[in-house]
Design a protein around this ligand. Structure first.
Ligand code: UDP
Length: 409
């Protein structure tokens, strides 16, 4: 794990000193993060970097997961999709099962934090303990990583009963927030520039990864890194590749893995395999849970990176691509427009045809691609690095009631 001091060469020494000082005001306070999976997806990606850094600056950060069976995660995936506005059939029995699993988790999980920081809908019901003995004085925060702007009303109203019992809610963008009785704080996600996923890599490592998967380094590479999830539109990515290939020779890399809380992965992976129909220039990589260097190398080897999501919370993969100076073409959904200013720091699209047209443009015009990548890198550097996120979280924790008169910056 990197030391916080190493981030000063990217974020500046003053920023790091300020974070250390702010962290010291929370010394000894327990911030207990709870989500539903240790690996897979953006929430686990962020927590795996955030928790050690919080500890290093003096916050007693912890990270626990709720447990659930196959049925529970099928239901929470349906809830996730419905919150993104997808039509889902969630029955009363499903909602009841969700509540039953919440109660089982409440028996097992030790809610020992001074601040209990719950991520996303799966563990949201743990708030039920708030008014019980022993929980007085504890602060509860709900962190929503989903774009709720088109949420299915029935599903949202089911969750709202829980959300409004929290002391604070946190959203990634003002566009995602809802009318709520509790305060809403806006904090965008981030990537860690020094993690294995994003650090600089020697060319030899990049070559070795391409060789391992028999990808030709001499030919153009179009890449999308994503869980095999319909909302990431991997089938649409294949359509894009087929359109581009009529004009520019290229290979397609679709790399992803499973997340413990996403039961749809295998089904979608099989649909992708079928659609690829044995094309030798399509590389469908089903990666093991922690494949950070491989993903880093694939992103760095790419000529263009796509994120053709139909719905998206934030889309960390967009920041990851931009940080690596890559031209990124992504759908104008969820948090992606926060990361890409069209034709400046990347390209925003809405259709297969539009994505293909832009991909063809950047593949045929390396100077344009380079300019987009450079602007994208600078935008991420100033807005979406973990140091900014760490500072925002510490200020939020202080705001919940641990802010003392003695806090001086
Ligand atoms: N990721 C990964 N392995 C995979 C697929 C994705 O490590 O097989 C990472 C990806 O690099 C990114 C995160 O998981 O850091 C996905 O976050 P994002 O916000 O893009 O999407 P989510 O999966 O949370 O919807």
């Amino acid at each position: 794990m990197r030391s916080i001091k190493e981030y000063s060469r990217i974020a500046g020494q003053e920023t790091i000193e300020e974070i250390e000082k702010l962290g010291s005001y929370l010394s000894g306070k327990i911030v207990q993060n709870i989500n539903s999976t240790p690996v897979g997806g953006g929430v686990a990606e962020i927590l795996s970097r955030m928790v050690p850094l919080l500890k290093e600056v003096g916050v007693d950060a912890r990270w626990d997961f709720i447990k659930g069976g196959e049925r529970f995660f099928e239901i929470t995936k349906k809830i996730h999709n419905a919150l993104h506005g997808v039509e889902e059939n969630i029955s009363e029995a499903d909602f009841q099962h969700f509540l039953d699993v919440t109660d089982e988790n409440l028996k097992e999980i030790n809610l020992l934090g001074d601040i209990i920081f719950i991520h996303d809908p799966q563990p949201i019901g743990l708030i039920k303990v708030k008014n019980k003995n022993g929980f007085k004085g504890k602060k509860f925060i709900w962190r929503c990583h989903i774009d709720l702007s088109a949420a299915n009303p029935k599903t949202f109203n089911f969750l709202k009963k829980f959300i409004e019992q929290y002391d604070y809610s946190v959203f990634s963008s003002p566009l995602f927030a809802k009318k709520l009785k509790i305060p809403q704080i806006l904090i965008s996600p981030s990537i860690d520039p020094l993690s294995d996923k994003n650090k600089d890599l020697p060319q030899a490592t990049i070559n070795e990864v391409l060789e391992r998967f028999h990808i030709n380094p001499e030919r153009k590479i179009i890449t999308q890194i994503s869980r095999f999830d319909r909302l990431k539109d991997p089938l649409g990515v294949i359509d894009v590749y087929r359109l581009v290939k009529k004009y520019v020779d290229c290979q397609l890399v679709l790399a992803g893995g499973a997340a413990a809380d996403d039961p749809e992965g295998t089904e979608v992976y099989n649909e992708v395999l079928e659609k690829a129909d044995g094309d030798k220039d399509i590389f469908i990589l089903n990666l093991p849970p922690v494949s950070n260097i491989v993903i880093n190398a694939l992103q760095r080897a790419s000529s263009v990176i796509l994120q053709k999501s139909i719905k998206e919370g934030f889309g960390l993969t967009v920041s990851e691509g931009l940080w690596k100076f890559k031209p990124v073409i992504a759908s104008a959904v969820g948090g992606i427009p926060l990361q890409i200013t069209h034709k400046y720091s990347g390209l925003l699209s809405r259709t297969v045809e539009g994505t293909a047209l832009y991909a063809k443009q950047v593949l045929q015009n390396p100077e344009y691609a380079k300019q987009l990548g450079e602007n994208g890198h600078n935008h991420v550097k100033h807005n979406f690095l973990i140091t900014r996120h760490l500072r925002d979280y510490i200020l939020l924790f202080l705001k919940t009631g641990f802010w003392q008169d003695t806090v001086y910056l």
